[in-house]
Design a protein around this ligand. Structure first.
Ligand code: HAM
Length: 422
């Protein structure tokens, strides 16, 4: 019978890798905490309508990539392709805004998109999201960018450069849209079939089409920056001045329109060269209209998501993963030594000391081999002779030095030794 394998695009993260994920998560939560973000945990399954209304019906995510099904009562539900819509839903559902509209949340967890899997692109992937509600100022956007750069710096990712853009607002974007459509009207023959369709649904996305012909065509297109209303212009200028003052180097990227419809004004992405084609390790922007679109008051918001898998891949390439090793391996030879040693093992474990033992009757040679494989720092040898003498042998696996250890004081002795040596 063939064995069952995981679904395409869905991957396991095994010990050896999880240590790195945990360490990234610790660094991320420390940085997020210092910037005033608090954790929110949300369901993985939401009503399909939530994503259709927020991300946009005509986006790739909603059109082609969502895991949507009707549950047993016939309700249409979707495994979240992103977290922002769900964070807004929770913010509204619990009327958090009524107590204090200004909220800073973070959430870490899996997202699901049925994309074509490749390195750095999975169908179940993880994100670290940060969202700020109730702040219209560009300083909130800057704060997010600074936080991202700081997190990446702490993780040793040095080539990460923020790309920034402004998409304007409902007051000025329609003018740009018209200008863009006028421009495209005479160039139909130079657009790919996807872009021909996007012209009807979401013409701005033509700007970030990867097809060379479309890229060339859009190079000549009118620029959104020339159409920004005075408020959007000031917002974007202040963002840039602030980044300059803080010494954050960035790139203005006029093609940065993002793949979700809810953005207004600031958009940004962090790209690195480490990932090949899948270059964005994080992306985000302002979504001032989304809270209202989802039935709430007119409250501005801004946020980002880091691709955890991509981040882990970048960090892994630069950093040796440290795996935990046992402080001590108890090599108990024979049934009675095992019976005597097992309570020591549990006592040490309960006191927070990583101790290991093999519950099998094996020779000293194979027990030492096992201890070596686990990378144990010490081995406590207890056989018939040691039990009779009341003294075990504690071997330092690095120096091979062996010291006698009073078997009546195993727990106290080891506890003290490991407390002292950290
Ligand atoms: P997004 O650009 O769709 O934005 O995703 C953010 C990041 O998630 C990407 O830059 C990438 O690193 C990672 N990512 C996306 N798809 C995949 C995939 N299939 N496999 C691996 N990694 C992936 C959003 O999701 C927005 N909700 C971000 C946001 C938060 N905007 C405002 N607040």
């Amino acid at each position: 019978m063939t064995s069952i394998r995981s679904i395409k695009g869905f991957k396991d993260i095994l010990p050896g890798e999880t240590e790195l994920w945990q360490s990234i998560e610790q660094t991320a939560t420390a940085v997020l905490g210092a910037f005033g973000f608090r954790e929110i945990r949300l369901p993985i399954l939401e009503k399909t309508e939530l994503f259709a209304r927020s991300i946009g019906e005509a986006t790739d995510i909603v059109e082609k990539e969502m895991y949507t099904f009707s549950d047993r009562s016939g309700d249409l539900v979707t495994m979240r392709p992103e977290a922002t819509a769900a964070v807004v839903r929770a913010y509204l559902q619990h009327k958090v805004y009524a107590q204090d509209p200004v909220q800073k949340y973070y959430t870490i967890g899996p997202m699901f998109r049925r994309e074509r899997p490749q390195k750095g692109r999975y169908r179940q992937f993880y994100q670290i999201n940060a969202e700020i509600f109730g702040v219209a100022s560009p300083y909130a956007d800057v704060q997010l960018i600074v936080m991202l750069v700081e997190l990446l710096r702490r993780l040793g990712v040095t080539d990460a450069k923020p790309h920034v853009n402004s998409l304007g607002c409902p007051a000025c974007r329609p003018d740009y849209r018209r200008a863009l459509l006028d421009f495209l009207a005479s160039r139909e023959d130079r657009l790919c079939p996807d872009c021909l369709r996007r012209r009807e649904t979401n013409p701005l996305r033509i700007l970030d089409c990867k097809v060379p012909r479309c890229r060339e065509t859009s190079l000549e297109a009118p620029e959104l920056s020339a159409f920004l209303c005075p408020e959007c212009r000031t917002h974007f200028d202040t963002l840039q001045q602030s980044l300059d003052e803080l010494g954050i180097s960035y790139l203005i990227d006029k093609r940065l329109v993002r793949g979700l419809d809810y953005y207004s004004r600031t958009t940004f992405e962090i790209q690195t060269t480490a990932l090949g084609a899948q270059s964005a390790v994080a992306g985000g922007g302002r979504y001032d209209g989304l809270v209202k679109t989802l039935g709430g008051p007119d409250i501005p918001a801004t946020g980002f998501a880091i691709g955890f898998d991509r981040l882990a891949e970048i960090v892994a390439a630069e950093r040796q993963i440290e795996t935990a090793v046992p402080a001590v391996f108890i090599a108990a030879l024979g049934a009675s030594a095992q019976a005597r040693a097992f309570p020591w093992l549990t006592a040490l474990n309960r006191r927070g000391i990583a101790a290991e033992m093999l519950f099998e009757d094996k020779s000293l040679k194979s027990l030492m081999k096992r201890a070596g494989k686990l990378g144990a720092r010490y081995v406590l040898i207890v056989g018939e002779n040691e039990m009779t003498a009341g003294t075990g042998q504690l071997r330092n696996m690095e120096t091979h030095e062996q010291t006698p250890l009073d078997l009546d004081r195993v727990i106290e002795d080891l506890q003290q030794r490991f407390r002292e040596s950290g």
